[in-house]
Design a binder for this molecule. Sequence first.
Ligand SMILES: Cc1ncc(COP(=O)(O)O)c(C=O)c1O
Length: 477
Amino acid sequence: MEQNAKNGHDRRSFLTNMTLSTGVLTLGLPMVTGGVESAAAAEGKYDFDTPYNRIGTDSVKWDSVIRSENMTNIVAGMGIADLDFKCAPAITAALRKRITHENWGYLDMGSPGPTAFKQGLIDWNRKRYGITNINPSLMGISTGVHDGIIATMKAYCPPGSKVLMATPIYNGFYGDVKVTNTVAEESLMKFTNGRYEIDWEDFERRMTPDVKVSILCNPQNPVGRAWTKEELTKYGELCLKHKIIVLSDEIHCDFISKGQKYTPFSSLDNKDVVNNSITYKSASKSFSLAGMKCAWFFTTNPEIFKVTAANNRASLNTLGMISMQAAYAGGGDWMTQCASYLSDNQDFLNSYIKSNIPMIKVGNRQEATYLGWLDTTQVADRIGAKKMADEANKTAEDAAAKMGTDYSGAAAMVTRTKATPELMVEHWFAKNANVQINPGTSFGLGGQNHMRMNIGTSRKTLKAALDSMSASLKKLG
Ligand SMILES: Cc1ncc(COP(=O)(O)O)c(C=O)c1O
């Protein structure tokens, strides 16, 4: 059994005995893995308010943080982007049904393939977002969104070529750049009137012939923009002009805050712009099925499809496909209510911070996603985060020098192997508030002085986390 170094207990008993400092969640409950309730919605309303205990399931969001930060108390893991809720009942029902057939041999996913599966994805996107140009023969299934993106990159991006991105941007894209041996070309966004906007002059200036693709995050993780039709059109037209293919990652599209709109890149009026793009989607973010590993991509351009499909070797899993199909077929109401709940969480986060945590700054309420983007410049100053990071790097550099290894560079910042003030802020909140949030520097250029906070949780847990962060900062005097 894995040992908890600090406590000297085996991990299971450590978790079972541990009490959460707020009492929001009670440990010692049956483990989540023990069974999922048949959560039929009471009067058509799903329960997002009751905290659901994920501890003890080897979740990255809670368990790995408890381990990596050596926590003996936890109020909330608010890092990696998945949801704390029980999944939509339609998913559990479909999985239950399938496991009664006790054979797990190879699944048919090839051509002509599972037409009901593909039709489910098409129907969801047509009904909810009016996307009418998804051609089943130009859509592919991939293990994850990353796998689809990497497949296209392998076709179009020779090693050493550049990948244009407006930053700060989802840290996982830097991993895609790394495995394809390409180079990130970062265009820093402007923060204007409380929200991030692309700096068009800078963006176009970076469109040199060695840039082959641009990864667009629509809507945007971590800054929460729901890009407008005008912005996306401008993005697409510039890319077309400079022969850069748009890879549009739309995994966050189901989380649009109230009063905002999701504009699918594939729905833009200019068909040449659309033909110069490919879109990647999944139910994994929307329905918290990330561990199920199933995603898909589509394009209107047969050539882009052909080369992407040729590089896509999906390792799909039966339960992943079943859960995604069930989510789209029967999870519509759940999703609508979940997105509404999380939009209210965005309001709650913004007003709580503005009224109670003067040391942290936020912009306008995020337009999309269930992520908050916090300016923690003052926190870093107050806790001496820069000095802490310098000291940690010095120690690591000395150790690396002794072993003859290199310890430097921007990539190390993104992969968090190099200490940054933001990483120190992460450790500080874990230690002093029992809350984990993500350091902004892992989101590339522009992530300095920021932290990302996942608010895809019950309002009680969100409030407990904010209360605890606020109290820890007040202690600084
Ligand atoms: C923008 C974006 N793309 C892709 C992913 C991960 O996708 P997958 O797990 O399907 O590869 C995430 C997860 O946080 C994300 O935020």
